[in-house]
Design a protein around this ligand. Structure first.
Ligand code: ADE
Length: 206
């Protein structure tokens, strides 16, 4: 993210919801109706913050990070990397008032089936994965094309020098200089690794 920012390809701005608090104590959350433990982030600060920021930045997506969102994957990273301004809403406590989700949020993303104490780390994960897809961010621009998941396959194994370490040798084919054969080998490796570790990816239509 720093490299992208230094190159002027990505700007990350952090906004503090307390700047839109409903009172001088910095109140942004309240008890939930119906009872139960845990505070809920209130409509008013979120609506005021989002509407004010949206007037300035005209967001393409207003994204709420939540464990009950759509599970993030490379396909979503690809499509988000083509967008302009994105706003990430990081919830805490029990979450945000449902009316914010219904009327302002355009996309809900989970980064996996586990619960974090807030959305910030999830937002950082999503921003990192989007940022590296912006052309010019990676040193070797083509390298993101061959990442795991770009074609719903895990990445094949990679090796570097020395040719032999202890009794373990680099596969002969990689030193053959036959690029077509090497590509075929890599594809087979990627496929068998995916079948072995993540057969679910091969059944994905996307
Ligand atoms: N907030 C809390 N847990 C989360 C998760 N797994 N993904 C996205 N946002 C979250």
């Amino acid at each position: 993210m720093k490299r992208a920012a230094d190159k002027g390809l990505l700007t990350v701005k952090v906004h503090h919801l307390r700047d839109w608090a409903v009172n001088a104590y910095g109140m942004i959350d309240d008890y939930q109706f119906g009872g139960g433990a845990g505070m809920v982030m209130m409509c008013e600060p979120l609506f005021n913050a989002i509407e004010q920021l949206n007037a300035k930045y005209a967001f393409d997506e207003i994204i709420y990070l939540t464990p009950d969102g759509e599970v993030f994957n490379q396909g979503m990273a690809n499509s988000l990397s083509l967008k302009g301004n994105l706003l990430f809403i990081c919830g805490h406590y029990k979450g945000i008032d449902e009316r914010v989700r219904e009327h302002l949020i355009t996309k809900e993303i989970s980064i996996g089936d586990y619960v974090l104490s807030g959305g910030e780390l999830a937002a950082a994960v999503v921003i990192d994965s989007i940022g590296r897809l912006i052309p010019g961010v990676l040193n070797d621009e083509t390298s993101a094309l061959f990442d795991s998941f770009q074609d719903n396959l895990l990445a094949p194994p990679v090796y570097t020098r020395p040719v032999q370490f202890r009794e373990w040798k680099v596969p002969e084919i990689l030193m053959s200089g036959d690029h077509k054969k090497i590509e075929e080998w890599r594809f087979e490796q990627a496929l068998s690794r995916t079948k072995d570790r993540r057969p679910d990816l091969l059944n994905d239509e996307e």
